[in-house]
Design a protein around this ligand. Structure first.
Ligand code: GMT
Length: 400
């Protein structure tokens, strides 16, 4: 198949998933065109990256415009790629504005070049496109129309499919969870290659290392992580490594000082590859208010690192409470801290969780999940009735 994939390039789960999907499809022999406003940060660094044809949405900032017309330029890029490379299908990641742009591109191709075959559009919902951004009154009807007009809509968790049905009254959704190429998450190999022991010593000599990775948006609640960690620090020799950057970073650094834990917290900024840091971590911490999936939590599990998280959104679909991590109500900060201390001190329970983490993550292996996207594309291209699930398709997470 010839597939065009559209995504955001920035550090964020939707761009990572789109890039992983592009690489997996290319390895399976498909012709993949990846379209984004900049090179997605995980596109390179693997042989399969070289198999992908990357197209950058041009920037045009004529002085008349207050905002560069990203949407129109993306539509035009899509029209060009679809026509020039005879693309069979467009798959967009994150509904806003990518879904409506792909639909417009399809309309333009059909309108300007009569006789062209219709362009199927698959829209994958990732999270805040439904739970926050898409609910803005001015975006709501646009997203609703795009959902109804896409040839196929997928969501990364059952939770997100249910939210879409509840808020947008749209339930023809296929749940396809996020995935990872599990063979690239090999703690021992990465530990050796990166000399992780040495790297860890440059960060801390504390007994335990807790890790958080995110784009530091408000929804990630890095303030909660710091308050919980302050409680943990009173009882354990521990260090907190914060990877990523975003709007809340400055506040977080200030809060670390106010809580008197600044010496025990390292803010490392963005890292393209978080696997070496996972290889040295004892626990991964994700205490968000909202998380439709939590890709970083899955990366932690894949590296055999248990996750302490909040029981919100789709996170319980990714982290099995008591088996490969612990989930808590977001407001129970003391309970979360106690849970962390208890787990780290109970070495046999902790080791069992580490082993289970990796086993559990195998349910989300690329091999199992990417086939489901291929099946969806195939069904849409054949145009069969019932190609896309009717009603919320809550098939067993597809990873068991
Ligand atoms: O929706 C967002 O906030 C953006 C998106 C991203 O690009 O990081 O994150 C969402 O998609 C990820 C990949 O599917 C999920 O792992 C994240 O849980 C989800 N974020 C939220 O729901 C807050």
């Amino acid at each position: 198949m010839r597939i065009a994939i559209v995504c955001y390039p920035v550090t964020g789960g939707s761009g990572v998933v789109a890039t992983l999907l592009a690489q997996a499809l290319a390895r399976r022999g498909h012709h993949v065109h990846l379209i984004s406003s900049a090179r997605p940060f995980r596109l390179d660094g693997s042989a399969s990256g070289a198999l992908i044809h990357f197209h950058q949405v041009p920037r045009e900032n004529y002085p008349l415009f207050e905002h560069p017309p990203y949407e129109s330029l993306l539509v035009g890029t899509l029209v060009h790629v679809v026509r020039h490379y005879q693309v069979d299908l467009v798959h967009v990641h994150y509904a806003v504005p990518h879904a409506i742009c792909a639909l417009q591109a399809g309309m333009i191709v059909a309108g300007l070049w009569q006789g062209e075959k219709p362009l199927p559009v698959v829209t994958t919902l990732h999270g805040t496109d439904i739970t926050i951004v898409g609910r803005h009154w001015a975006l709501f009807p646009v997203v609703q129309y795009a959902l109804r007009s896409s040839s196929g809509v997928t969501a990364v968790s059952r939770y997100l499919a249910r939210e879409t049905a509840r808020v947008f009254g749209f339930s023809e959704i296929t749940v396809i969870p996020n995935f990872l190429p599990m063979w690239t998450y090999d703690p021992e190999r990465i530990g050796r290659e990166w000399q992780v022991g040495q790297l860890r010593r440059t960060i801390t000599s504390s007994r335990f290392l807790l890790l958080h990775v995110s784009n530091f948006r408000r929804v990630k609640r890095v303030d909660r992580i710091l308050r919980v960690f302050a409680r943990v620090r009173v009882r354990l020799s521990a260090h907190l490594l914060m990877i990523g950057d975003g709007p809340e970073r400055e506040n977080a650094e200030r809060l670390a000082h106010e809580l008197g834990i600044a010496h025990a917290v390292t803010f490392l900024g963005v890292r393209e590859d978080i696997r070496p840091y996972l290889a040295m971590a004892d626990l991964f911490v994700l205490l968000s208010d909202e998380e439709s999936f939590g890709l970083s939590a899955l990366e932690a599990l894949a590296m055999g690192v248990p996750v302490v998280g909040t029981r919100i959104g789709g996170l319980p679909e990714v982290v099995s409470h008591g088996k490969c991590g612990l989930l808590f109500s977001p407001e129970r900060e003391e309970e979360i801290a106690e849970g962390i201390v208890g787990l780290l001190q109970d070495r046999s329970r902790y080791r069992a969780m580490c082993a289970e983490a990796r086993r559990w993550a195998c349910r989300f292996d690329e091999e199992k999940i990417v086939a489901r996207y291929e099946a969806l594309y195939g069904a849409l291209l054949r145009g069969g009735e019932g190609a896309v699930g009717r009603g919320v398709v809550v098939s067993e997470l597809g990873c068991g």
